[in-house]
Design a protein around this ligand. Structure first.
Ligand code: HEM
Length: 473
């Protein structure tokens, strides 16, 4: 009896070890088969151009959309190329965009050149995945979701009215002036009424930062990049000063800075500063570009301008006939379906963010092709928005097409998934408020050629769309 007992006890650890070993070997072999299976998948069709330079020149020597369109025509909705020193896979089908940005977003991390990360601040929301990113998103959403921005409609209106009055009778560069508007609204949503106090100080630094942002990343005294890095430091110091004075006053605020400062969130001052600077960056030029395109499309489409004006005039009249307070309210902005469709159609046609970047964190199979680990992946929003499969007669500016909801994943002006734009409601609000006053009180004419597009980096009408603006009265 002893012997079997002894042998079972002695054999047990051996068998456990042996079983574990064989399980490990089996898994290892399976993984190898899987990996080699993936590795043996073909890369998407396409050409990689010259060593290192790749096809960068072909992309940037012309309107980038010509490059994308010719590739899609030749290779289909997924193709490979090599730009700015990186192998890339570009995709232009709604299903592939959903796969990368939503369903398999954990396999594709956001990616930016190191110089841009340094300039905006490494702790900014754009560069992160996982719990830290989710926390930042929650904080930003809390301050810019409809429930929160309902309370700032009349402040946004004051800013819009004051900007428009300052343009009256002037020849203006639409984009530059819209930037002033969106910057002032952005500061208000971040710092509340305090924003106006720091406007000029922050603006001076921000403009230097902006000039260096697209420059060569050479950090030597006198270069644009070097000046921008210094301005960046100054911006952090200004935010630190604001943080200090808020902590002294102990007053609780429900603006974005207040949300970042919530002690429960446990963010450091550096994390707060990087994200404040990041939000100004994300909010200003994007919204200003869209507003510039709206001014252009309305100017070119008198019948659309007429219907928008009528919609806005009826809101204005209903307020004149109403009680005391003539300021626009959140409820008024919900009664602007025609203007809202003009915004949607502008976002589609102009597609100011033609694409976004991700990087594959491991080998990924999509549609029978291999997307190798480390390759950049670019969902091409503009191609999706301009495909006749998704939008008939896609080059035509026709807001009425949005009377019917677009097919899923075909309309992504604010991105999609974990990194989609948290500020989209704020952007739409500020556009509607400006449109209300622009169409009811002013008329404008475009000056000089306005059919060209420039990219800097957002798509923009040529020369920022110079216009002459007059008060209707
Ligand atoms: C019409 C104007 C705007 C457009 C077209 C736009 C577009 C976008 C897009 C496409 C993305 C996603 C990029 C990606 O997936 O790689 C994004 C992200 C972002 N946007 Fe906007 N945006 C606009 C206005 C704003 C405003 C007003 C704010 C202010 C709160 C804002 C804050 C952000 C932030 C913080 C992110 C990063 C989100 C994250 O990484 O989780 N944007 N935006």
């Amino acid at each position: 009896m002893d012997t079997p007992m002894f042998s079972v006890a002695a054999a047990s650890p051996f068998w456990v070890f042996a079983s574990l070993l064989s399980l490990f070997l089996l898994l290892f072999t399976l993984a190898r088969v899987l990996i080699s299976g993936r590795r043996s998948l073909p890369l998407p069709p396409g050409t990689m151009g010259w060593p290192y330079i790749g096809e960068t020149f072909q992309l940037y020597s012309q309107n980038p959309n010509v490059f994308f369109a010719s590739k899609v025509k030749r290779y289909g909705k997924i193709f490979k190329t090599h730009v700015l020193g990186c192998p890339c896979v570009m995709i232009s089908s709604p299903e592939a965009a959903k796969f990368i940005l939503v369903t398999k977003s954990h396999l594709f991390k956001p990616t930016f050149p190191a110089s841009k990360e340094r300039m905006l601040g490494r702790q900014a929301i754009f560069f992160h995945q996982g719990p830290y990113h989710m926390k930042l998103r929650k904080i930003v959403m809390r301050a810019v979701m409809p429930e929160a921005i309902k309370n700032i409609v009349s402040d946004v209106e004051t800013i819009a009215v004051s900007c428009l009055q300052s343009w009256d009778g002037q020849l203006i560069n639409t984009f530059q002036e819209m930037k002033t508007y969106t910057y002032n609204v952005g500061l208000h949503s971040i710092f509340g009424k305090e924003g106006a106090l720091y406007r000029e100080e922050l603006k001076r630094c921000y403009y230097i930062l902006e000039r260096g942002y697209n420059s060569m990343p050479i950090n030597l005294p006198g270069t644009l990049f070097n000046k921008a890095m210094k301005a960046r430091k100054e911006l952090s110091q200004i935010v630190a000063k604001i943080l200090h004075s808020r902590r002294q006053s102990k007053e609780e605020r429900n603006d974005l800075l207040g949300s970042f400062m919530d002690e429960k969130e446990g963010l450091t001052d550096e994390q707060i500063a990087d994200n404040v600077i990041g939000v100004i960056f994300a909010a200003r030029d994007t919204t200003a570009s869209v507003l510039t395109w709206i001014v252009k499309y309305l100017g070119e489409n008198p019948s659309v301008l007429q219907t928008v004006t009528e919609e806005q005039e009826s809101i204005m009249k209903s307020k004149e006939n109403g009680g005391e307070d003539k300021s626009l309210t959140w409820a008024d902005t919900r009664k602007m379906p025609i203007s809202s469709r003009v915004i949607q159609e502008t976002l589609r046609v102009a597609s100011i963010l033609s694409f976004t970047f991700r990087e594959a964190v491991e080998d990924v199979e999509y549609g029978g092709y291999l997307i190798p680990k480390g390759w950049k992946v670019l969902p091409l929003f503009r191609n999706i928005h301009h495909s006749p499969d998704n939008f008939p007669d896609p080059e035509k500016f026709d807001p009425s097409r949005f009377e019917v909801a677009p097919k899923p994943n075909t309309f992504m002006p604010f991105g999609n998934g974990a990194h989609s734009c948290p500020g989209n409601e704020l952007a739409k609000l500020e556009i509607l408020v400006l449109l209300h006053h622009l169409t009811t009180k002013y008329r404008w004419s475009m000056v000089g050629p306005h059919n060209g597009i420039q990219y800097g980096p957002f798509a923009l009408p040529q020369n920022g769309l110079p216009i002459r603006l007059f008060s209707k009265s």
